[in-house]
Design a protein around this ligand. Structure first.
Ligand code: DX5
Ligand code: ZN
Length: 232
């Protein structure tokens, strides 16, 4: 029980969507050298969102260059089609969107876990937080909830502070949970996210657009750690 109450620790995850995809291995190494904990990989199918990015072949190529935790965010209409190939490719975490999982989430969750990956569930800004409660309350539950703080599809958008209400509700109800925020995070928005209870921070343009990415990563981490110390 004590373990259940323990606060989860800070995970800073640069979004590789903002990196130079033509130099992905070098960009990944640069981020890890700058202090990143995870690498956030945005997988988009051009259908769930109006953008098309990478899939299992790219994850497989990157895996040959790094042992890092590859935090895969699936912005796709049929997430179950990608479980086997991504696990084989070396994905570490598989986060699907609740809007497309429907009643099939239980089977999807089981498949992700039996393929050896951590499971996460993501919600678009318009999706109420209560929709993910069933995925957290059963015996077989997700390891992480990703609260989107922009409309999924593109980097460089404006942070939506009104999403912090969702983070707050989740943190109060599930103190042990990894809560990830994604979209518009950086030094100017981290306070709100950390104080609401987010511990996994995805940041694309604020890290890759900075002259001092290590400095940005460090600010994000310190803010989460300070908030966690206060009990969020
Ligand atoms: C957007 C992606 C994000 C994106 C974040 O759909 O899920 O991971 O890269 O980029 P920034 O931090 O620039 O908002
Ligand atoms: Zn993402």
């Amino acid at each position: 029980m004590a373990d259940v109450m323990k606060s989860p620790c800070a995970k800073i995850a640069p979004s590789m969507l903002s990196s130079d995809f033509a130099n992905l291995a070098a960009e990944a190494k640069r981020m890890l050298d700058c202090g990143a904990d995870w690498l956030h990989m945005d997988i988009m199918d051009g259908h769930f969102v109006p953008n098309l990015t990478i899939g299992a072949p790219v994850i497989q190529s990157l895996r040959k260059h790094t042992d890092a935790y590859l935090d895969c965010h699936l912005m796709v209409t049929n997430p179950s089609d990608y479980v086997t190939s991504l696990a084989k490719a070396g994905a570490s975490g598989f986060t699907f969107h609740i809007e497309v999982a429907g009643d099939g989430w239980k089977e999807l969750l089981k498949d992700i876990k039996s393929a050896g990956m951590q499971a996460g569930v993501a919600l678009r800004p318009a999706t109420p937080i209560e929709t993910v409660f069933p995925l957290l309350e059963g015996e077989e539950h997700v390891d992480m909830v990703l609260v989107m703080t922009v409309e999924p599809g593109f980097g460089g958008q404006k942070f939506m502070p009104e999403m912090m209400q969702k983070v707050n509700v989740l943190r109060k109800r599930f103190p042990w949970l990894n809560i990830e925020v994604d979209g518009g995070l950086g030094p100017s928005t981290i306070d709100e996210a950390a104080q609401a209870g987010a511990n996994c921070i995805v940041a694309g343009s604020s890290i890759f657009g900075s002259q001092d990415p290590a400095g940005v990563i460090s600010i994000l981490r310190v803010k989460v750690e300070e908030a966690a110390k206060k009990g969020f």
